[in-house]
Design a protein around this ligand. Structure first.
Ligand SMILES: *[C@@H]1O[C@H](CO)[C@@H](O)[C@H](O)[C@H]1NC(C)=O
Ligand SMILES: *[C@@H]1O[C@H](CO)[C@@H](O)[C@H](O)[C@H]1NC(C)=O
Ligand SMILES: *[C@@H]1O[C@H](CO)[C@@H](O)[C@H](O)[C@H]1NC(C)=O
Length: 216
């Protein structure tokens, strides 16, 4: 009996460590982005040259500009901005939304996301692999969770700006925006793939491609 319980506990532990970034093997491993060594993450900076700056970022303090196509802006605070996050398995973002702004459907292949509303009100949702939409309206002070890898979005249907802080269980969650990935990839996804996938004509595909093309 005790052995069974111990085994279950061990299995739970193993699956828990598999559910996020790999576990750390030392106190800290501040990213040395210039190391030129290709590993899973970044090589460690010499510990003697580590200081508070490596663990600091002020970039989420203020709203960013949201006057773009979608009326939203994601400001990431991941290992690229905070080298001290390397191997620690967490990161954050701030997302700002203009009135009617949308953070369009996207996924984070390496992290679950939990958002806390700083200001305003948002209609949010994710879609399960059974194609069920799980959605909710959230307002200042409230939290919503987007499970790892599932397509999700946030829309500001209010008439004032909104903002959230998002936390991730990965130092570098990765973002794949569905529309951009399919219609603005380089080199482009062939039209005949998209016409068949979406059951529309080449004209419609070309129209979406031109709308989503990176702004020059
Ligand atoms: C930390 O070290 C960097 C150089 O690696 C230096 O530019 C910075 O001023 C130092 N910061 C503090 C708080 O000592
Ligand atoms: C957004 O607004 C800023 C300042 O108000 C301006 O400098 C910038 O050109 C605008 N960007 C777009 C894409 O309109
Ligand atoms: C914004 O919405 C609120 C409540 O829905 C309403 O009371 C207010 O008049 C609206 N403001 C504007 C500028 O439309």
């Amino acid at each position: 009996m005790a052995v069974t319980i111990a085994l279950c506990f061990l299995l739970a532990l193993v699956s828990a460590t598999r559910a996020a970034d790999p576990d750390m093997l030392q106190d800290l491993c501040v990213a040395n982005a210039g190391a030129g060594v290709k590993i899973n993450g970044f090589a460690c900076k010499d510990a003697t040259s580590v200081n508070g700056t490596d663990f600091f970022f002020a970039g989420l303090a203020n709203p960013g500009p949201t006057n773009n196509t979608f009326g939203s802006l994601v400001t990431a605070a991941n290992v690229e901005k905070i080298p001290g996050l390397n191997t620690l398995g967490v990161s954050m973002s701030r997302i700002d939304y203009a009135p009617s702004g949308l953070n369009p459907p996207h996924t984070h292949p390496r992290a679950t996301e939990i958002v806390f509303v700083l200001d305003g009100q948002l209609d949010v949702g994710f879609i399960t692999t059974a194609n069920v939409l799980i959605s909710k309206t959230i307002k200042k002070g409230e939290i919503f969770v987007f499970p790892r890898g599932l397509v999700h979005f946030q829309k500001n249907n209010g008439n004032v700006s909104a903002a959230v802080i998002a936390a991730f269980n990965s130092q570098f969650p990765g973002t794949q925006s569905i529309g951009i990935a399919l219609f603005a990839a380089t080199p482009p996804v062939p039209d005949n793939v998209l016409t068949k996938a979406f059951q529309v004509g080449t004209k419609e595909v070309e129209k979406i491609k031109s709308r989503l093309a990176p702004k020059k």
